[in-house]
Structures are given as structure tokens and as C-alpha cells.
Design a binder for this molecule. Sequence first.
Ligand code: NAP
Length: 286
Amino acid sequence: MGYTLTILGCGVMGQAVLSAIYNAPVPATTEVAQLYPSKIIACNQDAASAKQVTELIESMENKSPNGIVVDSTFGNNVEAVKQSDVVILGVKPYIAEMVLNEVGPAIHSKLLISIAAGWTIEQLQAYTPTVSRVMTNTPAKFGYGCAVISHSSACNEEQKQTVSELISHVGKCIELPEKNMDAATALVGSGPAFVLLMLEGMMESGIKLGIPLKESLEASLKVLEGTAKMVEETGMHPGALKHQVCTPGGTTIAGLCVMEDNGVKSGIIKGIEEAANVAAKLGKKK
Ligand SMILES: NC(=O)c1ccc[n+]([C@@H]2O[C@H](COP(=O)([O-])OP(=O)(O)OC[C@H]3O[C@@H](n4cnc5c(N)ncnc54)[C@H](OP(=O)(O)O)[C@@H]3O)[C@@H](O)[C@H]2O)c1
């Protein structure tokens, strides 16, 4: 331990990543422990946002298992980057260029971890050669997130390990080539919204059939959670598990046929494809 990590833009996602790193358990070996910062500087633009980060740390009772100290600041990007070895870019994509130009030479030769949608490794390398691109999602705030990571070829093994170790605490961490990032933006970044649409549909079906809202939501939630766990624990193909639930001539196959008839599966595939198309255009706007 001993280096400083700066988060440039510590809003919804920045705070999710901050919480995950801050609350990470003590690693089993000193080699892994060295991958953690001793200090995190959270940078925002306004005093109100900086106060929000301070309150977040206070809500965690200032107790980081790895003894990480957090300094929440605003209007202080250049000085914070100067003090750091690793920088997380957590601002909105359309603000990223302004912030990166502002910190300018201070970021050169530092490890830059970008969570900004659409910003390619090549674009980020205009500021520093060592870049890792991460696409994560809002459940990261609760440790149930997913993160897809791509590294630039300039990153050495220790830098790749640092990124994977820090980001692993958002939940599940998957390394993929950068060509998959637009798809990951749609599947992982936007994914919670698609699942919430499914959850809402199930909940409302319960209500339509006479189950009160609270109980309908509780039941729908448990079905989603339990099914995900069942796929994870059996390692079986979702289609095979689906057919295990289908009694010949029974209720499940009847419901599935109506859903297929209404294009539920192709609607999900086309929706995620469209989100990926928009993600690809985000990168080209710069
Ligand atoms: N939200 C998601 O579901 C999601 C999912 C995947 C990826 N992402 C990516 O995560 C990134 C952040 O999104 P978000 O939802 O966390 O946005 P957000 O909540 O708006 O957070 C962005 C933060 O950046 C700060 N900021 C703005 N201008 C700044 C500046 N000049 N210097 C320093 N900080 C500045 C803002 O602070 P002030 O409030 O003080 O302006 C704000 O706290 C985006 O690039 C997005 O593509 C988001």
C-alpha cells in the first residue's frame, strides 16, 4: 500500500467504485495488498457533490478494512492528479475531453482507468499510454455489479492486476477485447434497466391477476434472483433449465408460447443491439 488514487468525477458510478474499493476486505497476501491505494482523492465540480462523497464515507463510519483515507474535494482536478499514481475517469462522456485537457500533462505516464462510455482506448491514449477501459453498472454500488475490462497494450502485468483487483470489488469482473466494449456497454451498463423492465412486467402481471403490489414485487424479485442463482450454480444452459420447467401440455409452455408469439426474446436481443449501436456512435461523436 502507499499510492494515491484520484477519481475525476465522483457521482453515481464514481461513488459505486469508490465504495467498492474502500470496503474491500484485507487481501490474503502482501503482494495483493500493495495493489491498493492508501489514499483516494474524490474530485467533483461543486461543493454539494463533494459533501455528498464526504457523507458517504461518514456513513461507512470511516472504516476502510485496508485503512484507505478519502479526501473529497471540488475544483481541484489538476492538483489531485499531480498527487496521484492512478486516475479513474468518472465524469460523463461529454465532459471527459474538457477534464482530460484540463489535467493535461499531469496525467501523462499515469495509469488511467476510464469508466466513461464510448471513450476508446485510442482516444484516451492521447493523454497517457497506460489506459484501461471499464464498463460497469449501477448494482456495483451494492457489490452486485458487473464490470468488463479492456487494457491498452502499454499496460504492464502489475497495472492490469491493479485494475482487475480494484474493480473486482464492484462484483463480477470480466476481461474482454476492446472490440466487445460497445456490446458490453449495452449488456452490462444498460442491462439493469432491461432487467428492471422485465421485473416491472412480472410485478404488474401479478397485480393484474389480483396479487397486491408489495407481494407481487417480492415474488417477482425472488423469481429473478433464484433463477439467476440456479443458472450460476448448475452451470446449465438457460434453455435446458427452461425445458425442465415445462410439463407437456402445462402452464409454463403455454405462457412461453404466447411470449415467443409476442417477440419477447427478439425484442430483448434487438433492444440490446440498438443500445450497442448508440454506444458505438457515442465514441465517434468526439
Ligand atoms: N450511471 C450508469 O448507469 C452508468 C453505467 C455505466 C457507465 N457509466 C459511466 O459512468 C460515468 C459517470 O456517470 P454517472 O452516472 O456516475 O454520472 P454522474 O452521477 O453525473 O457523475 C459525474 C460526476 O462528475 C462530476 N463532474 C462534472 N464535471 C466535473 C469536472 N469538471 N471536474 C470534476 N468532476 C466533474 C460531477 O460533479 P458535480 O455534480 O459537482 O458536477 C458528478 O459528480 C459516465 O461516463 C458514464 O458513461 C454510467
